[in-house]
Write a protein that binds this ligand. Sequence first.
Ligand SMILES: Cc1cc2nc3c(=O)[nH]c(=O)nc-3n(C[C@H](O)[C@H](O)[C@H](O)COP(=O)(O)OP(=O)(O)OC[C@H]3O[C@@H](n4cnc5c(N)ncnc54)[C@H](O)[C@@H]3O)c2cc1C
Length: 381
Amino acid sequence: MDFTPTAEQRQIREMVEQFADEEIQPRAAEIDETDEFPRDLVDRMAELGLMGMPIPEEYGGAGLDYHAYAMALEEISRASGGLGTVVAAHVSLACNMIYEYGDEAQKEEYLVPLASGREVGAFALSEPGAGSDVPAMETTAERNGDEYVVDGGKLWISNGSVADTVVLFAKTDPEAGAKGISSFVVRPEEDRGFVVEGTEDKLGDKGCPTAELRFEEMRVPVSRRLGAEGDGMGQALKTLNGGRITIAARGVGIAQAALDEALAYAGEREQFDQSIGDFQAIQHKLADMDTKVQAARMLMHRAADRKMRGKEYIKAAAQAKLHASEVSREVANEGIQIHGGYGYVKDFPVERFYRDAKLNEIYEGTSEILRNTIADQLLDS
Ligand SMILES: Cc1cc2nc3c(=O)[nH]c(=O)nc-3n(C[C@H](O)[C@H](O)[C@H](O)COP(=O)(O)OP(=O)(O)OC[C@H]3O[C@@H](n4cnc5c(N)ncnc54)[C@H](O)[C@@H]3O)c2cc1C
């Protein structure tokens, strides 16, 4: 396996790195403080082709491979974990659902505006009583002529309050369990009965609104169903597999940010008349942090490689996301430790990295669910 970036991948990484350093980084503390959706930065990312990276150009995207996409997401997340989620939910989940399961007319109408970044997308699967246990969802879509009537609600929906298109999962056959779930393109501005109940006040991941949604007799045309009735659960799981590669990228990006800050601080801070970076205890922490970041990055590229080569990648994506998530929390934790008391206050960004990193272990499959997935794959083979 050789994951040496191609010239094009290097060029994209450098472009996003520069954008992250010059335009996101200076705003990151303010985004964290205000928790406002940074619409202007999303518009800039659209200009740079970052809102539809792996989607083919004919559908408004940039046609990039998954390595380049993951590297770009790593750079965005290095500067802002919240913006990393905005892009991951929009591209990996909403755009990919329509790209993979939409018909030509649906792609033309709904994917092109999303992948070009003119519109923002969300992926609405989770509910108050159905997080890890997806088939426990209670939202229903009952067929009535050439429409479905949707009732229910969704919780924890990233971009949910700002989205122009929401890919929604609902039960079309409530008796059929996981086989009774279907997916739909929902347009909050057009579809009467779509209600944003509010957004969450979170530990981190600021700037990406996490919304609670409610649907009251919301009418969705049959022409907006993605694929066949009953295919929704399989579609969701496949989409989340791909999404896990980019959540791994978010973890690697945040961990890299914590390492960079810790390295800089270790060189500046003096105690006992010497740089703290001269203490072997600190050096070993830095060595472990870098080793973990490099290993997480390799697992991310390994999963991307398998996906791109059309190989089965469920286990590889789960491992990449599981490891990168734990590494990002551990490395951010050591970043705080190296900063001492200064790491525990908002004068330095390491406490933000810690808060942002924690989310990785929860969404798109908790670490416990990912361990179940990895074990299932191991025992099945
Ligand atoms: C900030 C944020 C953004 C999110 N964005 C989105 C989004 O855009 N779209 C969306 O649809 N969802 C989103 N989610 C929801 C997220 O995917 C769920 O929170 C997650 O799947 C866990 O579900 P839960 O919160 O209901 O926890 P639960 O499923 O209730 O889990 C609670 C605990 O029990 C453990 N557990 C549950 N089942 C098992 C099992 N079988 N074996 C072992 N342990 C188990 C879990 O690992 C966890 O530790 C988001 C969540 C957050 C916090």
